[in-house]
Unconditional design. Structure first.
Lengths: 408, 408
């Protein structure tokens, strides 16, 4: 079973937007044993869309299309599909009612332009869109099943999971992808510890990638059945974990925030945060997890020095003697935070995210991370490389990682 | 002058890696007046690569290929190119010496596998790779210029800039991209107000896209000279701004956080934040901007109710009578925050981000946003759709947008 994935949009072929939909869809198809032959991306032009659709339908059994279903004049995917099907567009009454309902639920007025989103080629069927207005379209073309979805990633994913997946035929065997995330060790170090696993020939392929400051180990297993592939993945994970030890943070979609959350819940302990250079990013990562109110009490974003004194009880003498970016102030922030919020754990972070603010003895990227617990406060000094964004992200992840290690 | 961009790699068509090379190359070509017809991505298979190359060379004058030049057995782009050229591969002596030099400079041993990287189809030429081992290849195929570059993004960019750009023919004039970001109006509403501009035939193409909760208007101008294209863009921006008024937030790369920052600096005013459901995201957006310490004093992340009382002085009676997600509590959070931080403005946000926590009269996605200024506190009620992540992001952007509008 082969698939071809088409992206439609001028923003894609002009390079203004990076296409993430095709990679997502390939992964999802792979998990069901359906191999992707190729990705193709064309602009918002009826003839180009029709040409790509007819080539794809001739080569593959499944064609997934994303983009060009919006209400505006530049969205012409439905015209391309109708043209290659040799069918006219007609208004689907059920579709129109769903679009009207969508606007009514939000208390918004539906404009005339949205009516075009209920136009479906004769012989094709609409697919409901729970996350937005544009319904999808499913059609048969040259013996291939064609699924047209919106280009907005969360609408596309929602429709793929709820409407496309149940209609997909079963593939040949299965391909299972898995990923193990680590933190605190460089990619070449990680690679060296699992080099023999990466070189081994067989049904399991192992490689490393770096993304957003975490080094991850990718595992791909292909087998006849899901049980065999899962067992191959489990074997590989066990070996990788034994080589890498406590730098392994999580697997799959699990985030650092979720790992911390689980540990805190298990221990029935609570956390509060005091952030300077990360400006709320640590709180944001923690509260991205549903149910985080069970263990996260809250935090102080103490950007101005005055606020560090007032909200956290940092001593003016410490600020004056050592500066805001210092071991002493980080420790005082964490201790003050723990005391004022009444939490079991508190994190204090202060640093120089850049691009300015450094001094001879305090380089750009210098960050002190303090962790206050029952009776102890540990301070870690880091110097992170990279842009302001990268320094902040690494600082936030490192802070959570210190807490993770302390709870092991 | 038209181009087609081909990506080669199993990691791309399996979805393990998102292709960012094609978007980069499209942008670079566009800046030189060369239009990209389509992107295509195929796996590491000689026949698939040859097929894609021959289709592309028949349709476009320029074909840019990335990936599949490595030393391992799965890298077969050179074989695909040789096969479609009907030419045999031959060892290029100069190339081989450069690869040997590369290893010597790094003090590493060159393995035999790396010799294959010096194999070039007869009639083609190598392109030096300063950043890695794999030399590129330039060839003429069916009247098209074909440039083959490595897949590793930084090696590809280096080779594109140093070796491909100087060999690219001049395009037909220039293409300039620009983007205008809006917030607070749906895509169909925005589209309706500029429908005639979007439909107009001419040198300027205008379209809309939605990304991370913002609706953006894209402008593409093509002209003989950069001056003419820039003037076309300026004209289009003026028209778009006059149609859309105050929903226009910014242009180009400027973020909502930067717009807020500029206004606050101009007014010499300060801001503090009190966040519940957004958990620090608003602070994070504000402090992503270098120099934000000039106007941002800090914030309170008041996740637990107890913390709302203690840190912001919210009244227990308000919490009990109206609940934490209420107009009254949002207003009290903003007022308390403004008073305790001593800022000119304060934002208070409380809501139900989901996926649980709703009640019959308080649906998922319900968010109250309060803005406290000199003598006034305004509260806005929103019901956002989408996942926890999307509700939080929309709430954070809306909060900043209310502040932006209040400062207009």
């Amino acid at each position: 079973m082969k698939a071809i994935i088409l992206g439609v949009g001028n923003e894609l072929i002009s390079g203004q937007t990076v296409d993430t939909n095709s990679a997502y869809l390939s992964r999802e198809l792979g998990r069901r044993g359906i191999e992707t032959l190729r990705h193709e991306t064309v602009g918002d032009e009826t003839a180009a869309i029709a040409g790509a659709l007819s080539r794809a339908a001739a080569e593959a059994e499944i064609v997934l299309v994303t983009g060009g279903l919006g209400p505006t004049a530049d969205d012409v995917t439905r015209y391309g599909l109708a043209s290659v099907m040799g069918a006219e567009l007609q208004l689907d009454g059920q579709c129109l009612r769903e679009i009207e309902d969508f606007f009514q639920r939000r208390g918004k007025k539906m404009v005339l332009a949205n009516r075009v989103q209920a136009m479906i080629p004769r012989g094709a069927e609409p697919m409901a869109n729970a996350a937005g207005t544009a319904p999808g379209i499913v059609a048969t073309l040259d013996g291939a099943e064609v699924f047209v979805m919106p280009g907005v990633p969360y609408e596309m994913r929602d429709m793929f999971e709820s409407s496309v997946l149940p209609r997909l035929p079963a593939g040949d065997g299965v391909i299972v992808h898995h990923i193990v995330h680590t933190f605190g060790m460089g990619e070449s170090d990680v690679g060296e510890r699992i080099e023999d696993l990466m070189r081994a020939e067989g049904e399991v392929t192992i490689g490393t990638t770096v993304s957003e400051g975490m080094v991850s180990v990718r595992i791909i297993a292909s087998a006849e059945t899901i049980e065999v592939a899962d067992r191959q993945v489990d074997d590989a994970v066990r070996k990788i974990r034994s080589r890498l030890g406590e730098v392994v943070v999580s697997e799959g979609d699990e985030t650092m925030g979720e790992v911390i959350g689980k540990s805190l819940k298990d221990r029935r302990e609570t956390l509060a945060t005091a952030e300077s250079c990360t400006g709320g990013m640590i709180g944001e990562m923690i509260t991205a997890v549903p149910g985080s109110s069970e263990y996260y009490l809250g935090g102080a974003i103490t950007y101005a020095n005055e606020v560090k004194l007032q909200m956290l009880g940092v001593e003016k003498t410490d600020l004056e003697a050592h500066g805001a970016v210092s071991e002493q102030v980080a420790a005082a922030m964490a201790r003050g935070c723990r005391e004022r919020f009444g939490s079991d754990w508190a994190i204090g972070v202060t640093g120089i995210a850049g691009p300015t603010g450094q001094s001879p003895d305090k380089p750009l990227g210098l960050v002190y991370i303090a962790l206050a617990g029952e009776g102890t406060t540990d301070v870690h000094r880091h110097v992170f490389g990279g842009s302001r964004e990268i320094v902040r992200r690494r600082a936030a992840l490192s802070a959570l990682n210190h807490l993770r290690l302390a709870m092991l």
